[in-house]
Design a protein around this ligand. Structure first.
Ligand SMILES: [Mn+2]
Length: 321
């Protein structure tokens, strides 16, 4: 990681200003890492902006709450970003490495100088022609990477931003259960040393009762298969990858469940499965059999022109074997 950080220092120094951007439907890892990096750049007295539509109605409630705590950052959006881009601008992409996943994909074509920092499994359609392209899928979160960058530089991050970052780590690790390593705990401990506040973190992680009940309804209809697999079907309604993941993560809490699979309609054409395991079963292997991929305890597949029922049948066949 040290060589990355040295490289990152040199790259940032070479440009006059930095635009930080993350994925659409931002979560607290995307926002927390963006804010943390902005704090570090402020410390370098480097002109910097976070590309995020703070007024977007679709921002989730945690992100809206977090944004209300950080009014003093330079947020830019589709309407006013153009003036910030010239040959002296460095674009830093966090928490994704795919153009299509960005908050504003076309910015990639408008910026010549790009850094990508991510912790997802590398996909084929990654952003090319970058100054730095760094993916470490063993990291719990991009927050973890930014926390270590701050530590490496000995530059502190404000307690409020540290709290948002800690909440981001908690989300990405399903409550410090998944992808949690000694390093991840070290990053979390470092954030607490910077003043991350457990009360702010708890408030940020709250959800509305309606959000909880929608998920609870689906979970109520889930069932156990072959004693150790939980399967949940979200019939009819269109859903998101995030919701499928949240339900699978929740199903892992039930007694006896070693792996969970949530199947839902992502759009008119596409059906997806989000799979999770407590770690002793390799859900990546199971998803690979269906054409997907991922990690041992966190994997997924999306298939076009199929139905939820057909995918359920295919999944059960693989589980049976
Ligand atoms: Mn993340």
């Amino acid at each position: 990681m040290e060589s990355l950080f040295k490289n990152l220092n040199d790259t940032i120094k070479a440009y006059k200003k930095v635009i930080i951007i993350s994925h659409c439907n931002p979560d607290l890892d995307a926002l927390g890492s963006s804010l943390g990096l902005s704090c570090i750049l402020n410390n370098f007295q480097k002109e910097n902006y976070i590309f995020l539509d703070t007024q977007n109605e679709n921002n989730n409630s945690s992100v809206k709450q977090a944004l209300s705590l950080v009014p003093d950052f330079n947020f830019i959006n589709q309407k006013n970003y153009k003036k910030k881009i010239d040959k002296n601008t460095l674009l830093i992409v966090l928490d994704t490495h795919q153009k299509a996943r960005l908050e504003y994909p076309q910015i990639i074509d408008e910026c010549d100088n790009i850094v990508v920092l991510d912790h997802h499994i590398k996909m084929d359609n990654y952003i090319k022609n970058t100054d730095i392209f760094y993916i470490d899928s063993s990291l719990s979160s991009v927050v973890e990477l930014i926390a270590f960058y701050s530590k490496f530089l000995n530059v502190s991050i404000s307690p409020v931003v540290s709290s948002i970052m800690l909440a981001g780590m908690e989300i990405d690790t399903n409550g410090f259960n998944i992808k949690i390593t000694e390093k991840a705990f070290e990053a979390a401990s470092y954030l607490v040393s910077l003043g991350a506040d457990p009360i702010i973190k708890q408030i940020l992680l709250k959800e509305t009762k309606d959000e909880f009940l929608r998920r609870a309804d689906f979970i109520k209809s889930s069932y156990i298969y072959l004693k150790k697999f939980a399967i949940c079907l979200l019939d009819a309604n269109e859903t998101t990858k995030e919701e499928l993941a949240e339900i699978s993560e929740e199903l892992l809490n039930f007694e006896g469940v070693e792996a969970s699979f949530t199947i839902g309609q992502l759009n008119k054409k596409l059906v997806g499965i989000s799979a999770r395991s407590i770690g002793n079963l390799d859900v990546c292997e199971i998803m690979k059999r269906l054409g997907g991929g991922g990690h041992t305890n966190n994997a997924a597949v999306q298939i076009e022109n199929t139905t939820i029922k057909a995918l359920e049948k295919a999944l059960k066949k693989v589980l049976g074997e």
